[in-house]
Design a protein around this ligand. Structure first.
Ligand code: GLA
Length: 382
């Protein structure tokens, strides 16, 4: 990829670029908990967006999206959302540097990679984090990794219109090979847990249904959780988010909730409990327990949070008939994208066979199956 992207850059912009990359992510458990100040358990993977970049002296930002064969350019004076969907992720990041007092001179950038788009693997976070990391480096700013993560998240809020939590951008920046990250989305403290892949593998299956988180559903879930918090705050004023709400407390006020809000909120509380149990299971190398918690997460997302879809449910149900599958669930924002499956290593072949024989994407094709390799987070520029 390094060679290819350098060649593309040379040809298009006639210069020697600096190279950077930022990976996509998986999340083992803890879905839709990040914006509720809960816990998540993501990891960065070996699918990444690569950037070739170099300052120019044209007073322009010039971008080339290799995989789409599309370009976008604009004056450095004109930092605003545009009609180009993908350029917004990049311009959104530039805007954060400017807001934080930096001038960004013109530069050229070619980027592309192998994070499947709209598959729940956070291709957009990889683009944002890669851009933030690269600009910090080539213009010798000294923002911390954490500040860059926030820039990337704000780009998504302000230029893509998705009020996402911090998980995706955090994982793309802070990921560590062979480890998952237990992130407390309130304090932002984090801990790495080694993921022993001697006998088990994480395998993704892409439904082939592209989700669009920017559709109102994601932001709507966030609001529904806020409604629940507002209701309970009347009784316990110190409550700031669902993180502060116990199952007992929500149960004791159940009759005051509309059933949808109750379901959304109780799902989030239960998912945080599942995640704590899952971390204990990892420490004890209890993959059976871990897998059961993954199924529990899926049914919560399906029945209570209502962010699954027929294809995701179908893929999860299929795993029930395959020996050696310990857990399966939808991953990411939902409404399409991938399932994540915990599979015994010696059952992976039969897993692939059963899935490909019994599931077809909406276009009638075989689904993409991805064996997860956990790699380091954003890097480059050296
Ligand atoms: C998307 C968002 C994340 C998180 C997940 C659901 O990936 O970007 O912040 O909320 O959905 O867990």
């Amino acid at each position: 990829m390094k060679k290819e992207i350098t060649a593309v850059f040379r040809e298009r912009f006639g210069a020697e670029p600096y190279l950077f990359s930022a990976p996509g992510r998986v999340n083992l458990i803890g879905e839709h908990t990040d914006y509720n100040e809960g816990f998540v358990l993501p990891a960065s993977v070996d699918k990444a967006i690569h950037f070739a970049i170099k300052p120019n002296s044209t007073g322009l930002f010039r971008f080339y999206a290799i995989d789409l064969d599309e370009s976008f350019e604009t004056s450095i004076e004109k930092i605003e959302p545009s009609k180009s969907h993908w350029a917004n992720y990049l311009m959104g990041v530039i805007a954060q540097f400017v807001k934080n007092g930096k001038n960004i001179p013109g530069f050229d950038c070619a980027f592309g990679g192998d994070v499947p788009l709209g598959a729940g693997m956070s291709s957009s976070a990889a683009i944002e984090v890669g851009m933030a990391y690269a600009l910090n480096h080539i213009f010798s700013f000294s923002f911390s990794k954490f500040e860059l993560v926030k820039f990337a998240q704000m780009a998504e809020h302000e230029y893509a219109g998705v009020k996402c939590g911090i998980m995706d951008q955090f994982a793309s920046m802070h990921g560590k090979a062979n480890h998952v990250i237990k992130l407390d989305c309130r304090s932002l403290e984090y801990q790495y847990f080694p993921l022993d892949t001697t006998n088990h593998l994480l395998v993704l299956v892409n439904t082939g249904v592209k989700h669009s988180l920017a559709t109102s559903e994601y932001n709507k879930r966030r609001q529904e959780c806020e409604h629940g918090v507002a209701l309970l705050k009347k009784y316990v004023p110190t409550i700031h988010s669902l993180r502060d709400v116990s199952l007992d407390l929500i149960e004791s006020h159940k009759s005051e909730f509309n059933p949808i809000t109750y379901n959304r909120c109780s799902y989030v509380i239960e998912e945080n409990i599942r995640l704590e149990k899952a971390c204990k299971a990892l420490e004890n190398a209890d993959f059976v327990e871990f897998g059961n918690l993954m199924y529990g997460s899926h049914y919560g997302l399906k029945n209570k949070y209502e962010v699954s879809c027929t294809e995701l449910d179908q893929l999860v149900e299929l795993t029930k008939s395959i020996d050696g599958v310990l857990g399966a669930r939808m991953m990411g924002g939902g409404f399409g994208g991938c399932t994540i499956n915990l599979v015994k290593k010696d059952s992976v072949a039969s897993f692939e066979k059963t899935i490909t024989e019994n599931y077809k994407t909406p276009e009638g094709k075989q689904p993409q199956i991805i064996k997860v390799v956990i790699e380091d987070g954003a890097k480059g520029g050296n």
